[in-house]
Design a protein. Structure first.
Length: 406
C-alpha cells in the first residue's frame, strides 16, 4: 500500500541536487543540501509533526508523538549524495515490472545493468526498479531512507490509532564526507537509541562498520625553470608518486581487499611540480589495524622526506568515525529489536560487517546506540545505482514493526 508514495518521494527527492563537498568548511558543506532540508521541514509541518526545525548545523529534526509508552526511538537518514560521482541533473527513471533482463540507460547507450553486473537484480523480476538516466548517480543513498521515513511519518500522523512509541526524526547533511553528526546532535535528538535507514539488501541489520581516519599528505618541492633545472628542481608530483609506489598497492587497497580486510586508499592527487596534495582514507575494523595503517603512511612519507631533504612533506591524520560494534556488543538491545521486527515481517535478518560507515557509527560512539537498517539500495555512488520500490516498502513495514508499542 506504500509503493506509490515511496516511489513519488524517492523520484522527487533524487531529482534535487544535494551533493556534499569535503573541501568546504561550511556546515552544511554545500548550500544545495538545504534545498531538500527545507522541503522536508515544510512537508513535516504540513503532516502535523511536532517540534520541526532546521538546526544551525543543517539537520532537520521533528517529533512524532507517541501513542503508547516506550523508549524514545530516533530514526535518521542523510540528505547528501556522494561527491564521488556526478550528482547534478539527476533524472530518475522507473523501470516498471522488471523483466529480469538488461536495463538500458537513455543518456548512456553503452551502459547496461543486469543480474550479471548486479547479482541482487536476479530475484527482482516484477519489481519496479528506479535508476538514474546513465550520466549521474541516482541518490537512493540515502534518499531512499529519507523517502521511507517521510512516508512512515505521514502514515503514523494520519492514523493516530496505531500504537507506537515516541519517535524523533533527523535528516542530516554531509554524511558522505564523514561530517553528518554534529557534536550537538545527540542532545538535540533526545533518543534512548536510534536507527539509520542507510543500508542495502533486504534483511540487512548492521551493527559493525569500519573504523575510519582521513589523511592529507602535502608536499612542497622546489621550483625551477625546466630548461635550467639540473640539480635545482624538486618535483612535488614525483615525490607523491614515490609515496604511492612505496605503499602496499598489491594487498592493502580497496580493489585488492574484501571481507574484514582494511585498506589505505588514495582517492585524490592534485597540484603541480611545486606543490602537491594527496588525500587518503584509512579503514580497518579494529583499532590496532587502523592505527597501523596510519603509522605505515607516516613512515612512508618520512622515508621519502629523508631521501629528499630539500622538500617539505607533511602527513596529517584525523579521526572520522569508529566501528559501532565496540559499543553495541556490550548491549545488543537495539539490534535485537530490529531483528525481531524483521522476523515479524517475514524477513530473515542478516548482520555482516559494513565496509563503510554511517551516521550511526558516530552517534554510537557519542552515546546513542544506532545500528543501521536496510533500504534496498544497490550499486551506490555510481551510474548503475538502483533500487526496488518493493524493497523500500519492505523496509518501511519493518520500521513500522520496529517502532510499534510493546
Amino acid at each position: 500500500m506504500f509503493d506509490p508514495e515511496l516511489e513519488d518521494r524517492l523520484v522527487r527527492y533524487c531529482a534535487i541536487d544535494t551533493q556534499s563537498d569535503e573541501t568546504s568548511a561550511a556546515s552544511p558543506s554545500t548550500p544545495v543540501q538545504l534545498t531538500l532540508s527545507r522541503l522536508l521541514a515544510e512537508e513535516l509541518t504540513a503532516m502535523g509533526a511536532a517540534d520541526v526545525r532546521i538546526t544551525d548545523y543543517g539537520a532537520v529534526l521533528a517529533t512524532i508523538p507517541g501513542t503508547a509508552p516506550g523508549p524514545v526511538i530516533g530514526l535518521l537518514a542523510h540528505v547528501d549524495t556522494a561527491p564521488a560521482y556526478h550528482a547534478t541533473g539527476v533524472k530518475p527513471v522507473v523501470h516498471r515490472g522488471y523483466n529480469g533482463g538488461d536495463i538500458a540507460f537513455a543518456d548512456a547507450p553503452g551502459l547496461v545493468l543486469n543480474p550479471a553486473v548486479s547479482p541482487q537484480l536476479a530475484d527482482k523480476t516484477g519489481h519496479d526498479i528506479v535508476t538514474a538516466s546513465g550520466t549521474t548517480l541516482l541518490g537512493a543513498d540515502d534518499k531512499a531512507g529519507v523517502a521511507i521515513l517521510m512516508t512512515l511519518a505521514r502514515h503514523l500522523l494520519a492514523h493516530r490509532d496505531i500504537a507506537h512509541v515516541p519517535l524523533r526524526l533527523a535528516f542530516t547533511p554531509d554524511e558522505e564526507i564523514g561530517r553528518g553528526v554534529d557534536a550537538r546532535l545527540p542532545a538535540d535528538l533526545g533518543a534512548d537509541f536510534a536507527y539509520t535507514l542507510d543500508g542495502g539488501s533486504v534483511g540487512d541489520i548492521e551493527y559493525e562498520t569500519f573504523s575510519a581516519d582521513g589523511a592529507v599528505v602535502r608536499i612542497t618541492g622546489v621550483s625551477a625553470h625546466p630548461g635550467y633545472a639540473r640539480g635545482k628542481l624538486v618535483n612535488a608530483l614525483y615525490l607523491g608518486a614515490k609515496i604511492l609506489s612505496a605503499l602496499p598497492l598489491a594487498s592493502q587497497t580497496p580493489e585488492t581487499t574484501d571481507g574484514r580486510d582494511g585498506f589505505v586508499h588514495c582517492y585524490q592527487m592534485t597540484g603541480s611540480n611545486t606543490e602537491a596534495e594527496l588525500r587518503f582514507i584509512l579503514r580497518d575494523f579494529e583499532r590496532e589495524g587502523l592505527a597501523a595503517k596510519g603509522a605505515l603512511l607516516q613512515a612512508v612519507c618520512a622515508a621519502v622526506q629523508a631521501g629528499e631533504p630539500r622538500a617539505v612533506i607533511t602527513c596529517e591524520i584525523r579521526p572520522q568515525y569508529r566501528n559501532m560494534r565496540y559499543w553495541l556488543e556490550t548491549d545488543m538491545t537495539p539490534v535485537e529489536r530490529a531483528r525481531r521486527a524483521c522476523l515479524a515481517e517475514g524477513v530473515v535478518p542478516v548482520s555482516r560487517p559494513v565496509r563503510g560507515g554511517t551516521d550511526g557509527s558516530r552517534l554510537t560512539e557519542m552515546g546513542v546506540p544506532t545500528p543501521n537498517i536496510f533500504t534496498g539500495m544497490q550499486e551506490i555512488h555510481g551510474p548503475l545505482e538502483w533500487i526496488s520500490v518493493q524493497d523500500m516498502a519492505v523496509a518501511l513495514r519493518v520500521v513500522q514493526r520496529l517502532v510499534a508499542a510493546g
